[in-house]
Write a protein that binds this ligand. Structure first.
Ligand SMILES: *Cc1c(COP(=O)(O)O)cnc(C)c1O
Length: 344
């Protein structure tokens, strides 16, 4: 057994996520861009409740939740993270209470508050607690958890984005899978690129790569238009995860790529629309406007800048988020923006 698999075997998971997720080639997108061969790691296909990257973390994190009767977490109105918490709670027969932060993103359309993830949270039976966004991601989650404990509930609090040490250690499993899958295809990825937000995904990928893909760069694409806070969150999570996994901590492998047309969190830009349209029309691959299409736009930026040779291979980690697409439907419809996307 590899060193990474031996390490992961020390951290049991619930088995809620469908793993391993597929690694698939994107030949038409690769040919269109004329750069390296692009592969997609389908972490949007982890299964439960429409899947996504948070399920891979929750599989490990919730193994520690034995004895709880209630899950508490939080996120913005269209948070994929809390939608996955709500789906897991339903599956495990736990009550679910979610802090819904209002005001981090201005509602871009009437559908925003009731479609996509917001609709799914209600279907999964979660109790929603609207709270103004202050910038502190976890305080309101902790407050709500305390309030429910005072009422006698046995609460397990899931941090914002499921980004804690154990969640990041769990994400090392994606590297274990990619290492096996790329070896079977006789290739070694030059880089793995993905949307980075609360930091746990990138921390786990970086830590896993030190063991199993030492020549592969992990590149987090900033989806907030604020690369420095993202880097700090990844570094903090990496430090905690390294301690938990008893591995050396080094932050020199953290690479955050800002996007040339970087827009604020949850705000659409032309390059994002172009990336979404290319992936859908060339590969039938659905991306979302908040995370995965922005990450793909960042990947396209780097390919067009000549970062990789045509004989190299890169992996786009699709982190999920597709239900949020429908919350932005009114904006994607606009013929004017699609016209200008074509010129991007
Ligand atoms: C949460 C999320 C991310 C970012 O992952 P982090 O671990 O929070 O950095 C990327 N893509 C999607 C679709 C997400 O929901």
């Amino acid at each position: 057994m590899s060193q990474l698999n031996a390490l992961l075997a020390r951290f049991p998971r619930l088995g809620l996520a469908q793993l391993p997720t597929p690694l698939e080639p994107l030949p038409r997108l690769s040919a269109h861009l004329g750069g390296p061969a692009i592969w997609v790691k389908r972490d949007d296909m982890t299964g439960l409740g429409f899947g996504g990257n948070k399920l891979r973390k929750l599989d490990y994190v919730l193994h520690e939740a034995g004895g709880a009767d209630t899950l508490v977490s939080g996120g913005v109105v269209q948070s994929n993270s809390q939608r996955q918490v709500a789906a897991v709670a339903a599956k495990l027969g736990l009550q679910c209470h979610l802090v819904v932060y209002r005001g981090r993103v201005a509602d871009p359309s009437p559908a925003y508050g009731r479609s996509g993830n917001a609709l799914l949270n209600q279907l999964f039976g979660a109790h929603l607690h609207e709270t103004p966004w202050t910038g502190d991601r976890n305080a309101a989650i902790e407050n709500l958890a305390d309030k429910l404990r005072a009422r006698g509930r046995r609460v397990f609090a899931v941090p914002y984005g499921v980004s804690n040490a154990l969640g990041a250690v769990g994400y090392m499993s994606a590297i274990a899978e990619i290492a096996v899958q790329s070896r079977a295809r006789a290739m070694e990825p030059a880089a793995i690129l993905h949307a980075s937000g609360s930091g746990g995904t990138q921390a786990g990928l970086v830590l896993g790569a030190t063991l199993a893909l030492p020549n592969t760069r992990i590149i987090g694409i900033d989806v907030d238009g604020e690369p420095e806070p993202v880097r700090r969150r990844v570094a903090a999570c990496l430090k905690d995860a390294a301690a938990l996994a008893e591995l050396p901590y080094a932050d020199d492998r953290i690479e955050i790529a800002p996007r040339s047309s970087g827009s604020r969190y949850g705000v659409l830009d032309i390059a994002t629309l172009e990336a979404m349209r290319l992936a859908a029309s060339l590969e039938g691959l659905v991306l979302d406007p908040v995370y995965s299409a922005k990450a793909m736009a960042g990947l396209i930026d780097l390919v067009r800048a000549g970062r990789w040779r045509a004989d190299e291979q890169i992996v786009f980690l699709h982190s999920g988020g597709t239900p949020a697409l429908f919350a932005y439907a009114d904006m994607l419809d606009l013929p004017a923006s699609m016209e200008s996307a074509g010129q991007g």
